[in-house]
Design a protein around this ligand. Sequence first.
Ligand SMILES: O=C(O)CCC(=O)C(=O)O
Length: 269
Amino acid sequence: MTLAKATAGQLPAPTRDRAQMLADIAEHGLAIVPDVLTGDTLARTRDALYRAAESDRARGREQRLALDYADDASNQRVANVLSRDPLFEDLAFHPLAIDLLKEVVGWPALLSNISANITGPGGGEMVLHADQLFVPEPWPRAPQGMNVGWCLDDFTAENGATRVVPGSHRLNRMPQGEEQQLDGVAVEAPAGSIVVFESRLWHKTGNNVTGNETRAGVFAWYSSYIYRSQENWFLSLRPEIRQFATEEMLVLLGYKACGFGVVNGASIV
Ligand SMILES: O=C(O)CCC(=O)C(=O)O
């Protein structure tokens, strides 16, 4: 696979068909699924995120991640949204997300983190990357993780929609040198859609060139169980989540021994 061939790809059309989603992820590296959140649920989830972001700003806990965003003051990240409001449990453990995860990455798997990126007017773009950047190259031939981006606002080319290089997952490596300057294609999608991308797809937050719009996205990043999760759930999980968790949630949060993290040698795999 040459760079030119891999990066000449198109975005897949939005689909609600499960088989098509899996085909799109295999072919393009991503699938776009509309109407996963709708009506009141979408509105309440969006409100919960903006409330958390506002509270972080008011308390001086705001996270900017200068490394990602070249020190601009317009984009805000809200870490560990799972522990901020029960509504985010419904995103992290959404049946469609977990079903696709089992197909794309396999099972058991971990929820590695779930955080929000809110772009703001004038906000700069992120460095082009693949999410499995911590895996030493040469990479295995299969994705080591999967990301589910929840669009809580309409994602548009102007407000910083995630930009992707369709087909780049087939290069099976990180972007190098000048490849990091590739523009990619904006994944435009209405609020309530999810954008599911496998961990080798090159992508970034886009520039927000609007004068007054924000773009809220929640990114649930899952990995194979052989990698340590980014968020340390043992320290940062809101206790009620574990208290009422299903067996599947406990696996995703690393509370079930899966070959690693065993208790006296006992494990479910
Ligand atoms: O904000 C976005 O659109 C993309 C976020 C992203 O790439 C990341 O958090 O790794």
